[in-house]
Design a protein around this ligand. Structure first.
Ligand code: FAD
Length: 452
C-alpha cells in the first residue's frame, strides 16, 4: 500500500518516502543489494516514534527493517521493496551511569565507543569492543550479539547486557531483565532478543554492565613464518591456562594489506599475533604468553606503552577495510573449538588452493573465531562462482570441526541456506515457533536470520 506523508502522520524524527530515501539507507556493509527500494524511512527521534512507525508499517502491510548504523556484514539491515526502514541510530542518550552498581542505561543508538569514553570518567569501561565499535550502535551490537577483540576474557555483547527495553510487533513497550548481577525471575527473554537480528522487536534501550578499567595492561606482539605456526601458538597460549583479554591473528596478506592502508612499511612476517593481558596479574600472564610464543618464534615485542599498543591494534582493526579496497569481499565468520584453530586454518588454505581463490584470514584466535575473507575482482563472474564454492566449503569445514557458520556477524540474509544445517530441523522449528509467538504476522525482518 502507498501512504502519503499526511497518512503516515506526525513524527518527531524524519520521514522520507519512496525516491527520497537515500540508497545508503537500504544496504549495510555486506555488499548485498536487496531487490527494489523501501517504501518509507523513519529516522526515529524517540521511543514514541518507534512505536508509531511499527503501527504505521503494520497498517500499510509493510515489513519493518530496523537499522542501527548499517555496519552489519550479513545483510540484516538491507531493505528492499515493501519495507519500512526504521532507523534508530538517532536514539542517542546515555540515560544513566551508575558507578556504584557498575552499569549504564543507554538508548539503542549510542555507540560503544561513546559509552566507553563516558564510563572512563568513572574509572569504568564498557568491554564489548567489536572492531566496528566506533561505527556501530549498541542496539545493533545487541541485535547481532556482536563479538570483538576482548571477548576471550570479557565475553560477547550479550554477556554485558542486563536488561532491555523493546517495542514489540503490536507496538507495546516491554522491559526485560534487571539491574542486579543475579536474577532468575521468569524466562530469560533478554537473551532471546540478544542476537535476534531485528526479527523479534525493536531494541530501544539497554541496561549494560560496566567493568573497572584494569590497573595494568601488557601487549605481546609476535611475528611468525606462517599462519599455521601462529594458530598453533594461539592455541598454545590458551592451553597454558592464562586468560589474555585479547588474542588476535592476521595472516601474511591481511597483515600486508592492513599495514599498507595505514601507510606503514611492509613486514617480512608470514603471520602476526597480538595478545593483551590485563588486571593485577597482567605482567605475570604476559610472561607466560611470551614464553609460549617463543616455542614458535623469536620475533616478539612486549610492552606496556598504551600508544604502542594502540598502534598494534590499529593494524588489526584496519584488516577488513584494507581488503575491502580490492573488490567485492565475501566476509566469512566461522568459529571452531579453540583446540582446532590450526586445523581450521590449514583446511582454509587447502580450500583456497583447490578453488584458485585468494583467501585472507584474520580473526579472534582466542575465541576460535576466524574471518576468512575472499576478495572477488570486479566483473569476474567465474571468480565469484569459485569464491562462493570456497565459502560453502569453509562453512562445511566449520561444522565438521564442531564449530559454527557464524561466530559474531549473524545469519542475516546471506547465510540463511546454512542455518538449518547447523541447527537441525527440530531446533529450527522451536526457534520459528518462538518468533511466531512474538511476531505472529512476520512484521520484523521477514526472510532474515531464521529464513522466514
Ligand atoms: C570494519 C568493520 C568491522 C567489524 N568488526 C566486527 C567485530 O569485530 N565483531 C562483530 O561482531 N561485528 C563486527 N562488524 C559487524 C557489525 O559492525 C556488527 O554486526 C554490529 O553489531 C552492527 O551494528 P549496527 O548498529 O551497524 O547494526 P546494523 O548493521 O544497522 O543492523 C544489524 C542487524 O541488527 C538489527 N538491528 C539493528 N539495530 C537494532 C535494534 N535497535 N533493535 C533490533 N534490531 C536491530 C538489524 O535489523 C540487522 O538485522 C564489523 C563491521 C565492519 C564494517
Amino acid at each position: 500500500m502507498t501512504l502519503s506523508v499526511a497518512e503516515i502522520g506526525a513524527f518527531t524524527g524524519t520521514v522520507l518516502l519512496g525516491r527520497d530515501i537515500p540508497a545508503a539507507a537500504r544496504i549495510d556493509r555486506s555488499g548485498y543489494v536487496p531487490v527494489g527500494a523501501p517504501e518509507a524511512l523513519v529516522r526515529a527521534a524517540d521511543v514514541e516514534d518507534v512505536r508509531r512507525a511499527v503501527r504505521v508499517a503494520a497498517r500499510a502491510g509493510w515489513s519493518v527493517v530496523v537499522r542501527g548504523a548499517g555496519s552489519g556484514l550479513a545483510g540484516g539491515a538491507a531493505a528492499g521493496a515493501g519495507t519500512l526502514v526504521l532507523d534508530v541510530s538517532g536514539l542517542q542518550r546515555i540515560l544513566e551511569i551508575s558507578p556504584a552498581d557498575e552499569l549504564a542505561v543507554v538508548e539503542a543508538g549510542v555507540s560503544g565507543a561513546v559509552l566507553d569514553a563516558e564510563a572512563a570518567r568513572h574509572g569504568l569501561r564498557y568491554t564489548p569492543d567489536p572492531a566496528s565499535v566506533a561505527i556501530s550502535t549498541i542496539g545493533g551490537n545487541i541485535a547481532t550479539n556482536a563479538g570483538g577483540l576482548r571477548c576471550v576474557k570479557y565475553g560477547v555483547t550479550g554477556d554485558a547486557v542486563l536488561g532491555l527495553s523493546v517495542v514489540l510487533a503490536d507496538g507495546r513497550l516491554v522491559h526485560t531483565g534487571r539491574r542486579t548481577v543475579k536474577g532468575v525471575a521468569g524466562l530469560d527473554i533478554t537473551r532471546l532478543f540478544t542476537g535476534s537480528e531485528g526479527t523479534l522487536g525493536v531494541i530501544v534501550a539497554a541496561t549494560v554492565r560496566l567493568q573497572p578499567i584494569p590497573i595494568d595492561t601488557v601487549t605481546v606482539a609476535a611475528w611468525f613464518d606462517d599462519v599455521e605456526q601462529a594458530a598453533a601458538a594461539a592455541a598454545g597460549v590458551l592451553a597454558a591456562r592464562v586468560r589474555p583479554a585479547m588474542l588476535e591473528l592476521l595472516d601474511e596478506s591481511s597483515l600486508r594489506e592492513a599495514r599498507d592502508l595505514l601507510g606503514l612499511p611492509a613486514s617480512a612476517a608470514g603471520a602476526f599475533l597480538v595478545a593483551q593481558t590485563d588486571g593485577y596479574g597482567a605482567r605475570a600472564e604476559a610472561e607466560v604468553v611470551a614464553d609460549t610464543f617463543r616455542h614458535w618464534t623469536s620475533r616478539l615485542e612486549v610492552g606496556t606503552d598504551p600508544a604502542a599498543a594502540d598502534a598494534l591494534l590499529a593494524v588489526r582493526r584496519a584488516a577488513l577495510p584494507a581488503l575491502e579496497r580490492h573488490g567485492r569481499t565475501l566476509i566469512e565468520d566461522i568459529a571452531v573449538p579453540r583446540s582446532r584453530i590450526a586445523e581450521a586454518v590449514r583446511r582454509i588454505t587447502e580450500i583456497a588452493t583447490r578453488h584458485s581463490t585468494r583467501i585472507h584470514t584474520f580473526g579472534h584466535a582466542g575465541d576460535g573465531n576466524l574471518h576468512p575473507i575472499i576478495v572477488v575482482p570486479p566483473d569476474d563472474p567465474a571468480a565469484y562462482t569459485r569464491a562462493t564454492t570456497a565459502a560453502d566449503e569453509i562453512f562445511a569445514t566449520a561444522l565438521a570441526l564442531g564449530g559454527t557458520i557464524t561466530g559474531e556477524h549473524g545469519i542475516g540474509i546471506l547465510k540463511r541456506a546454512w542455518l538449518s544445517r547447523e541447527l537441525g530441523p527440530d531446533a529450527l522449528d522451536v526457534q520459528l515457533s518462538l518468533r511466531r509467538a512474538l511476531d505472529p504476522t512476520g512484521l520484523f525482518n521477514p526472510g532474515k536470520a531464521l529464513g522466514q
